[in-house]
Design a protein around this ligand. Structure first.
Ligand SMILES: C[S@@+](CC[C@H](N)C(=O)[O-])C[C@H]1O[C@@H](n2cnc3c(N)ncnc32)[C@H](O)[C@@H]1O
Length: 398
C-alpha cells in the first residue's frame, strides 16, 4: 500500500490515510511517500510498517544506527535534530491546546551531546542472545553497540555473553569516572565474573537484588555535587540536561526560603536548592533512595534538609502553607489526585512541576490551574532521538 505521510502524532509516529482511514507508521516522517505493510487493522485506525521509501521526506537524515529500523529504543533517529526539537515543541503545544490550556511553549533546551548521553540502559536476554526488544514485541534484537551510551558501556555490551546467561535482563549504569555497575535479573548461574571484572571498570555486580561483587551503588557527579545512587534508586539518565535543569531550579527558587521536594529520589533537587534556605523537606517512596539521600546530604555538607520515606499521598499533613515552593518531580504516572487537591487547598505560593510525561503533566495542570497560573513552561531534551521529552513548569498562585 502506498501512503503519503502528512504529519507526526504525539507518539512520534507518522500519520497518513488509506481510503480515508488513519494509519500510524513508526519511523516515518512528514513528506515521506512510502510503501507500507498493514500490521494492525482496527475499527478506527490502521498501524503500518515501512516496506520501502518511495520518496523520502526532506527532513530525513542519514541513520547512524544499524539496528534502528527494528529497535524499540529510539523513535526519531531518522530526522534532523532541528526537526526533532520542533516536533517536541509541537507535541507539547498540541497536548496543551487539546486540553484547553492557553500557553504556547517556545523553548526547548538542547543536550550538548547528541549521542552517548545515557548513563543507564536495560538489555534483555532471550535464549542466550542479548539486546533490545524489537518495537512493539517481546522478540529480541541482538545488539553489540548502542549510540546512546558511551564507549565503555559499549565495550562491556560486547563481552556480556561471557556471563553465559540464558534468559533475563541486564541493566548497566555508568558514572563520570566511567565506572560501571551491572544489575542482573536472572535465575541463571553467572559464569566468568573474573573475566568481566578484569577487562572492564566494574564497581559492582548485583544479581536479583543481591550484591555478588563489589558495591551495590555508584557515585554520580553533577556540577560540583556528588550523589550516591543505589542500584535500584532513580537517577536522571542525562547528566548534561540535568546540569541545565539544576540551573533552572536554582533560578526559580532563589527567593524561596522553605521548600518541599516531593518525589525526591536520592535527594538531588533538594540538595541543589538547599543553599541559603531555611528548611528543605524531601519525600520519596523507595527506602534505598532515602538512605542515599541522607548520605548525599552529608557528602555535600548540607544540614538544612530532612528526608521522609513515604508515599506522597500518606504525608498530606506535611503539605503546609509555611513552604513557599513545592517541587513535584513524579514518575510518568504523574501526581496523585489527593496530593494535588491538598496542594490546591494549601495556597503555597509557587509550584515547580518537572515531568517526563506531558500527558500526565497536562492532566495535573488542569486541576492546579484552578488556583495557579503558568509562569513559565520550557522543555528539556533529556531523551534525544526518542519521542519523550522533559518539561519544566513553574506555577504561581493566582
Ligand atoms: C522522576 S523521579 C525524580 C527523582 C528526583 N527528583 C531526581 O531528580 O532525581 C520520581 C521519583 O518518585 C519516586 N516515587 C514514585 N512514586 C512515588 C510515590 N507515590 N511517593 C513518593 N515517591 C514516589 C520514585 O521512586 C522516583 O525516585
Amino acid at each position: 500500500m502506498k501512503v503519503e505521510v502528512i504529519k507526526f502524532d504525539n507518539m512520534g509516529r507518522g500519520i497518513g490515510y488509506i481510503d480515508n482511514k488513519i494509519i500510524f507508521i513508526p519511523k516515518s516522517a512528514p513528506g515521506d511517500i512510502i510503501e507500507v505493510e498493514i500490521i494492525k487493522n482496527k475499527k478506527d485506525y490502521l498501524e503500518g510498517k515501512i516496506i520501502n521509501i518511495i520518496k523520502p521526506s526532506r527532513i530525513r537524515k542519514e541513520i547512524k544506527c544499524p539496528y534502528y529500523n527494528s529497535c524499540g529504543g529510539c523513535d526519531l533517529l531518522h530526522i534532523s535534530l532541528t526537526e526533532e526539537m520542533e516536533y517536541k515543541l509541537l507535541k507539547v503545544n498540541d497536548i496543551l491546546k487539546k486540553n484547553n490550556i492557553n500557553y504556547d511553549v517556545k523553548e526547548i533546551i538542547k543536550c550538548d551531546n547528541e549521542y552517548n548521553y545515557r548513563n543507564k540502559i536495560t538489555l534483555k536476554i532471550v535464549n542466550k542472545e542479548i539486546g533490545y526488544y524489537i518495537s512493539e514485541t517481546h522478540n529480541l534484537l541482538p545488539i553489540d553497540n548502542c549510540l546512546l551510551v558511551n564507549e565503555d558501556v559499549n565495550n562491556l555490551i560486547k563481552d556480556l555473553h561471557h556471563f553465559n546467561l540464558v534468559n533475563g535482563e541486564i541493566i548497566i549504569r555508568s558514572n563520570y569516572k566511567n565506572e560501571l555497575l551491572i544489575i542482573i535479573n536472572s535465575n541463571d548461574e553467572i559464569k566468568n565474573i573474573e573475566y568481566i571484572i578484569t577487562n572492564h571498570n566494574i564497581v559492582g555486580i548485583i544479581q536479583n537484588n543481591k550484591c555478588i561483587y563489589g558495591e551495590n551503588f555508584l557515585i554520580q557527579k553533577i556540577n560540583d555535587y556528588l550523589f550516591k545512587v543505589s542500584y535500584n534508586a532513580f537517577f536522571q539518565v542525562n547528566i548534561n540536561i540535568c546540569e541545565k535543569l539544576f540551573k533552572l531550579i536554582d533560578e526559580y527558587t532563589k527567593n524561596s526560603k522553605n521548600i518541599l521536594d516531593l518525589y525526591c529520589g536520592v535527594g538531588t533537587l533538594s540538595i541543589v536548592v538547599s543553599h541559603d534556605k531555611e528548611n528543605v523537606v524531601g519525600v520519596e517512596i523507595v527506602e534505598n533512595a532515602i538512605k542515599d539521600a541522607n548520605i548525599n546530604k552529608n557528602l555535600n555538607k548540607i544540614n538544612n534538609i530532612s528526608f521522609i520515606c513515604s508515599d506522597t499521598k500518606n504525608i498530606l499533613d506535611k503539605i503546609i502553607p509555611s513552604f513557599d515552593t513545592i517541587i513535584l518531580d513524579p514518575p510518568r504516572s504523574g501526581v496523585d489526585e489527593k496530593v494535588l487537591k491538598k496542594i490546591l487547598n494549601t495556597n503555597i505560593k509557587q509550584i515547580i512541576y518537572i515531568s517526563c510525561n506531558p500527558f500526565t503533566l497536562v492532566r495535573d495542570l488542569k486541576l492546579l490551574l484552578n488556583n495557579y497560573q503558568i509562569q513559565t513552561l520550557k522543555l528539556l531534551d533529556m531523551f534525544t532521538w526518542s519521542e519523550h521529552v522533559e518539561s519544566f513548569c513553574v506555577l504561581k498562585l493566582k
